[in-house]
Design a protein around this ligand. Structure first.
Ligand code: GLV
Ligand code: MN
Ligand code: MN
Length: 410
């Protein structure tokens, strides 16, 4: 094998760079982000690219075409992780691209376009509560008002960025010119079991599901756990529990719709005090934007009904929304051609997970290659796995695609 074992070795190395003892957590603008980015930058340079951190802490590698006016093709994925993450989510898409460039460079092959490999600093949104900071900036949709958002320690994104060595005033300049960018291609582990169950190493993504996220606050009345009669309580947690089950019930009855409450906090949080304040998040996704919007509206109404009945107050604030992103038909066909050229049955499948690629259809035709993961497809979990053989096949397929891809004449 030429690429797979090295990609897994690099994934192991990055997987050990964590801000948590004994588990992988690597969030945006931390010393661990810096260390992981430095390794990636060194690997990019070793592969023959010019590479450096940009103003937002993304690491950008460039494998230049001979013609400085040539179009640009961007690939890449994210180097941040969720809390207690697997080693391949995001990182695989960066490492496979570096392996592909290293191979091209070793053969002295230049492409008819400048090839940019981007390791995005933030996709998961763990630290500041909103996601895809890097890819939004490249797409020109980063809202500068977000620089005032704080992390759990009260540090603003602006201050964290300056401390990292970034430059908040240069974010607008990261926007890529849609007239220059011919395509955005991301490869990523599937994070599900479809390819595994069908015995296929890779597949072509048809569309990325859209997502809406809300922060819900429920306010009841604290009181003595031993003295307030059951019928007289305004228990914010009991109301929130009903709301959580409402989300589950609503989403499980509609095909293609998923809803998750992934975070919940209770105050005052004492064994003998009735909960007064509860905050929780809702994440609703569907490949059909109308279905997602209708579900969010129904969930908000449902939460209000529950609150009224239980005599508590509820507010619900959206903090993230991304429309579903269809993948470009021509690029899908070309990726399918590269897969077929390797003797693999072509499987098309949608992505339920969000990806940096979602931000790019406004800039350029966008597509994604999925790679099989093992262990039932588990992801956002330390049990996430993939094999060197699959990393090898995926890199070979990508190389085939990139070497045959010709940017349309502009
Ligand atoms: C990112 O991994 C997401 O889908 O939330
Ligand atoms: Mn993820
Ligand atoms: Mn990811």
């Amino acid at each position: 094998m030429r690429y797979g074992p090295e990609i897994l070795r690099q994934s192991d190395l990055l997987g050990a760079i964590s801000q948590d003892e004994g588990r992988l957590t690597r969030t945006y603008l931390t010393p661990e982000h810096r260390r992981a980015g430095e390794h990636i930058r060194a690997w990019m340079r070793d592969a023959g690219m010019e590479a450096d951190f940009d103003a937002l802490g993304n690491v950008v590698g460039r494998y230049r075409a001979a013609d400085p006016g040539a179009p640009i093709v961007i690939t890449g994925s994210h180097m941040d992780s969720v809390v207690d993450a697997g080693k391949y989510d995001g990182v695989f898409g960066i490492l496979t691209a570096i392996a592909a460039v290293k191979d091209l460079n070793a053969r002295g092959t230049r492409l008819p376009y400048t090839f940019e490999v981007v390791a995005f600093g933030d996709e998961e949104g763990v630290r500041f509560g909103f996601s895809m900071i890097g890819s939004k900036a490249l797409a020109g949709t980063f809202d500068p008002a977000l620089l005032d958002r704080k992390d759990a320690q009260g540090v603003t994104l602006r201050d964290a960025l300056v401390a990292f060595g970034g430059d908040p005033s240069a974010i607008a300049s990261l926007k890529r010119d849609p007239r220059r960018v011919a395509a955005f291609i991301e490869s990523h582990i599937e994070q599900g079991p479809v390819l595994l169950n069908e015995g296929l190493a890779v597949g072509v993504v048809t569309a990325i599901a859209g997502a809406t996220r809300h922060l819900v606050r429920v306010t009841g009345l604290a009181g003595h756990a031993g003295t307030v009669p059951m019928g007289a309580r305004q228990d914010a947690l009991a109301a929130a529990a009903e709301m959580v089950l409402f989300v589950e019930r609503h989403c499980e009855t509609r095909p293609g719709l998923v809803g998750t409450v992934g975070k919940l906090g209770v105050l005052p949080g004492a064994v003998n005090v009735i909960p007064q304040d509860v905050e929780f998040t809702i994440d609703v996704r569907s490949a059909d934007d109308a279905v997602r919007r209708a579900a969010v509206a129904a969930i908000v109404t449902g939460c209000k009904d529950i609150a009224r009945r239980r005599r508590v107050a509820v507010t619900s604030m959206p903090f993230f929304a991304a429309d579903a992103a269809p993948c470009d038909a021509t690029l899908q066909r070309q990726l399918a051609g590269a897969i077929a050229a390797h003797g693999i049955v072509v499987r098309h499948l949608p992505s339920g997970a969000g990806h940096d690629a979602m931000m790019f259809p406004a800039v350029a035709p966008t597509a994604m290659l999925f790679v099989r993961c093992g262990n039932n497809g588990i992801s956002h979990h330390p049990g996430e796995t993939m094999t060197a053989e699959d990393a090898e096949v995926a890199t070979a397929v990508l190389l085939h695609f990139f070497e045959h891809y010709e940017p349309p004449a502009s």
